[in-house]
Write a protein that binds this ligand. Structure first.
Ligand SMILES: [Mn+2]
Length: 412
């Protein structure tokens, strides 16, 4: 009886810079900046602990061309840890680290095999009777269906397809080696180790098992929850049981939505928010958590919330988190609430000047929205991370502007 375990990861995105964190806490900012490296270190720990036969990395190892050599050096040193344990690594390039994009290089230990970007290649592991087929991206865009050109399986062996793909079919339309699950099934392999989608997904449970492990580390509030790799065990040429998720992320994003409806005063909001933190994240997670708080609803406390200003709201949300746990940092507090209905309309509609209606119609005006988008883009051009990394939802900006104006009008 032969039995072995392999680990499959993808989308490490080493070199990712975290811009999105609103926190001014430097230690947290640093923690997230290092999170992709931390996650890789933990992946290697887990691979060694599992005495894995090999490690598969299905593309987007790097987020883009290295800012400096430390990005490549870090990967090389982690691969060397596996080399010293005689664990081979099979990798290929995805759209983010295509051959034409990541040009800098550093010598990797001999245990690392990178698949060609010119044609599909097969590596055979004689002792395990495993054949691994793969081809990487030469350019950022890869409109060809790479999978359809992968070679036939080696009969009687355990065959693995390593592929970076968006798996969205439609040849000629997709840019990321488009193909369908049916194309993959047709190759006749036992396992497809995919990369590209950042969400964990069991595309197919068996015959063949097709898996997106998701990225190794969430990169923004859009990538929430635990991140990591999968571990698969093969006995006598067949997969035993389900793929096991190995969560290795060093920082994790999550969101709490809270409605101010019916709340009597602002402290009420913070105490309810605090309760929500109690069970919002797993108790024994090694990751630091970045929380986005979205405040919505209509209520009498809205004006007071606006008047507090963003820094104070963020600090109160942080204090509410700290009352429960010490591993949560507030990423951002988004204020989407509105004043209790009616009040402003009545008072401000005097003298034929209806501020609320005026602001509501402005908010719905495409020209106003365009102007805001343009203003945000202009600000973005002056920021290292570009406009993507801060509040760009026009609706939210308008809601806050409207709330601020109404609160000021109320004061006067
Ligand atoms: Mn990708």
């Amino acid at each position: 009886m032969s039995r072995f375990t392999f680990i499959h990861a993808a989308d490490l995105h080493l070199g990712t810079r975290f811009h999105g964190l609103a926190t001014r806490d430097e230690a947290t900012a640093r923690h997230f900046a290092e999170a992709t490296r931390t996650a890789l270190g933990r992946l290697v720990d887990r691979t060694i602990e599992a005495k894995a036969a090999f490690l598969l990395l299905a593309g987007d190892i790097y987020d883009g061309e290295w800012q400096d050599l430390s990005t490549g050096l870090d990967f090389a040193s982690q691969m060397a840890r596996l080399a010293r344990e005689d664990i081979p690594v099979f990798t290929l390039r995805g759209n983010h680290d295509a051959l034409s994009i990541v040009r800098r290089e550093i010598t990797l230990p001999d245990n690392v095999k990178e698949f060609s970007t010119e044609a599909p290649e097969t590596v055979e592991l004689d002792e395990l009777r495993v054949a691994i087929h793969g081809q990487g991206f030469a350019e950022r865009s890869c409109p060809e269906n790479l999978a359809s050109r992968y070679p036939p399986p080696r009969a009687g062996w355990f065959n693995i397809g390593l592929l970076h793909t968006s798996l969205d079919g439609r040849p000629g339309h997709g840019s990321y080696a488009p193909c369908t699950p049916a194309d993959l099934v047709a190759r006749g392999y036992d396992y497809w180790a995919l990369g590209h989608s950042h969400a964990f997904e069991m595309v197919s449970e068996s015959d063949p098992m097709i898996v997106y492990p998701g990225n190794l580390q969430g990169r923004s509030i859009r990538e929430q929850g635990g991140k990591g790799a999968v571990s698969v065990t093969v006995e006598d040429g067949r997969i035993i049981g389900a793929a096991e998720r190995l969560i290795v992320d060093g920082g994790r994003f999550f969101q709490i939505a809270i409605d101010i409806d019916g709340m009597e005063d602002v402290p009420d909001l913070w105490s309810r928010l605090s309760e929500r933190f109690a069970d919002a994240v797993e108790q024994k997670s090694e990751a630091v958590h970045a929380a986005r708080i979205v405040i919505s609803g209509k209520g009498s406390i809205h004006d007071a919330l606006v008047a507090m200003g963003n820094d104070n709201r963020t600090a109160e949300a942080q204090a509410a988190a700290d009352r429960q746990r010490d591993d949560i940092r507030i990423e951002k507090v988004v204020l989407r609430s509105a004043p209790a209905t009616g009040r402003h309309t009545d008072r401000l509609a005097e003298d034929g000047f209806d501020l609320e209606t005026l602001l509501s119609s402005a908010a719905a005006d495409p020209d106003v929205q365009d102007k805001i988008a343009e203003a945000m883009a202009q600000i973005g051009r002056h920021m290292t991370g570009g406009a993507d990394h801060f509040q760009t939802e026009t609706g939210a900006i308008l809601a806050e502007a409207r709330a601020t104006l109404l609160a000021r009008a109320e004061e006067e």
